[in-house]
Design a protein around this ligand. Structure first.
Ligand SMILES: NC(=O)c1ccc[n+]([C@@H]2O[C@H](COP(=O)([O-])OP(=O)(O)OC[C@H]3O[C@@H](n4cnc5c(N)ncnc54)[C@H](O)[C@@H]3O)[C@@H](O)[C@H]2O)c1
Length: 462
């Protein structure tokens, strides 16, 4: 699972996560060498701000990328700072540790880029400062927990002419890119897309803890804007720091809706509440409905995030057209294509390597019979009734013949570093991530207002 660190992180879990992380890095195919000499032409010097779960996942994903060199790490929590510093050292990166990002930006020489993986309420401050210090920025999603914060990031990137990539990593996943370029938009294999559903269903989780003796002092927590250790560790559930599960999990998937359709919604209505947890502020279960205007007509889209049950098939996005459907997920085991019986044959697309032949074997639906394509079936017997079978015809299941053979965040980081080194266009620049942030933040607004809210096209422009 890409998002939301392991459900409950008690001391024991912490240690076990550390061990697994060490094992993962030890198995990494590329091990960076020490950088004693001068900076090479393709070297990108990087600092990491925010060394928590996602900071280390991004570090892991960046380590195999040739030419990437970590020069500094920053975190207000010594526990996480030291862990990340040590991990980098194992692989030849002498990253100087900082508590205060301002000192890092002022003191680290030859720094090209900053990766930001702090809680959402700090993204804008950290990103704007890094851009103004002349660094390119890769910042985690959700861009910001406020529209003003997100807008300031886009404006700073524009003014400084530095690159700003947001961490909606599905946009660089080759399977998602193939689905968009070759199936949904290019070739229009699904026909006219009329509906989308999407979900992230997750079982009940415990709150995060911290190892004995490793808590931050009250003064330090207050200095950095946290009320206490519980909120510091579980910031995603509190309104001051983040947007709750819709922004934590839904951000990825609703970003895919906007990106895949090439459109932003015109309205949003949502329902949700703090139905289950006693120590959280944000809606634990929420359901949203969007209307997307497209050239071919309206697309109605639903999305639900549940954090009290994992039933219903985990997390995926499901694009439904009149000729076929695409069920796609960052987890490849949930990805599948379905052809409507009335659609033209897909063998031509299989021959070109755009879709893969229907699965046979366990779990595969039965092949479509010729009479099912006709759409009517004559029954025998005296009534000679004619039954319309179009609605019940089985859909044949197909695959996407593209796999990702590296960590899920690596292609998105590669895209960022290619943009720095070669001018490759960013897959998720600030402007389009801004539209996603506007879309997501409206869900919580609609829940609070208990009504449908509209978007003006200008809302999506920073
Ligand atoms: N793209 C993805 O798939 C994905 C997955 C998980 C998290 N995320 C995002 O990554 C970010 C971090 O999430 P996480 O799960 O790692 O959280 P986390 O709580 O594990 O880590 C956050 C880290 O930031 C540090 N921090 C807090 N305030 C700071 C400050 N002012 N200066 C420096 N460091 C500070 C904390 O000490 C902590 O180490 C969030 O924006 C989250 O939405 C993205």
């Amino acid at each position: 699972m890409s998002d939301s660190p392991s459900p409950s992180l008690t001391r024991r879990d912490f240690l076990s996560t550390s061990a697994k992380l060490g094992a993962f890095i030890a198995a990494a195919p590329y091990i960076a060498r020490g950088a004693d000499g001068a900076k090479t032409a393709d070297q990108v010097n990087v600092a990491l701000i925010g060394c928590g779960e996602q900071g280390r996942i991004l570090t892991n994903a960046a380590l195999p990328i040739p030419g990437v060199r970590f020069k500094a790490v920053c975190d207000i929590w010594p526990y996480n700072l030291t862990r990340t510093e040590r991990l980098l050292k194992k692989f030849g990166h002498e990253a100087v540790p900082y508590e205060d990002y301002r000192e890092l930006l002022a003191n680290v020489k030859d720094l090209d880029a900053v990766i930001i993986a702090t809680p959402d309420f700090k993204h804008s401050e950290h990103t704007v400062a890094a851009l103004k210090a002349g660094k390119h920025v890769y910042c985690e999603k959700l861009m910001s927990n406020t529209i003003e914060g997100a807008r300031a990031m886009v404006v700073a990137a524009r003014e400084t002419k530095k690159l700003l990539q947001l961490g909606h990593q599905r946009r660089s996943n080759p399977r998602y890119r193939h689905a968009k370029d070759q199936i949904v938009t290019g070739n229009r294999i699904l026909g006219r897309v009329t509906n989308i559903t999407g979900q992230w269903h997750r079982a009940v989780t415990d709150d995060f803890g911290f190892p004995n003796g490793q808590g931050l002092s009250e003064a330090k927590l207050a200095q950095y804007g946290f009320a206490n250790m519980h909120e510091f560790r579980n910031w995603r559930w509190f309104k001051k720091y983040a947007g709750g599960p819709m922004s934590d999990l839904g951000a990825h998937q609703i970003d895919v809706y906007n990106w895949m359709l090439g459109s932003n919604p015109r309205s949003c209505v949502a329902s949700g509440g703090v139905d289950y947890y006693k120590t959280h502020e944000w809606y634990d279960n929420a359901i949203a409905i969007f209307e997307y205007p497209t050239k071919e007509g309206i697309v109605r889209a639903t999305y639900d995030v549940l954090t009290t049950t994992s039933a219903g098939g985990g997390y995926h996005e499901y694009f439904m057209g009149d000729e076929g459907s695409l069920k796609i997920s960052e987890n490849p085991k949930y990805t599948k294509l379905y052809r409507e019986a009335r659609a033209p044959e897909w063998d031509q697309w299989a021959a070109k390597g755009i879709v893969a032949s229907p699965l046979s074997g366990e779990g595969a639906p039965p092949p479509v019979k010729p009479w099912e394509k006709v759409g009517v079936k004559k029954l025998g017997g005296p009534s000679k009734a004619v039954v319309d079978v179009r609605e019940t015809a089985a859909l044949s299941a197909w695959d996407i013949p593209v796999t990702l053979d590296k960590a899920i965040h690596q292609p998105h980081l590669e895209n960022f570093f290619d943009a720095i080194r070669k001018g490759t266009p960013l897959n998720c620049p600030g402007e389009s991530a801004f539209a996603t942030a506007v879309t997501i933040l409206k869900i919580n607004e609609s829940i609070a207002a208990q009504k449908q809210l509209s978007f003006a096209p200008s809302d999506f422009t920073a």
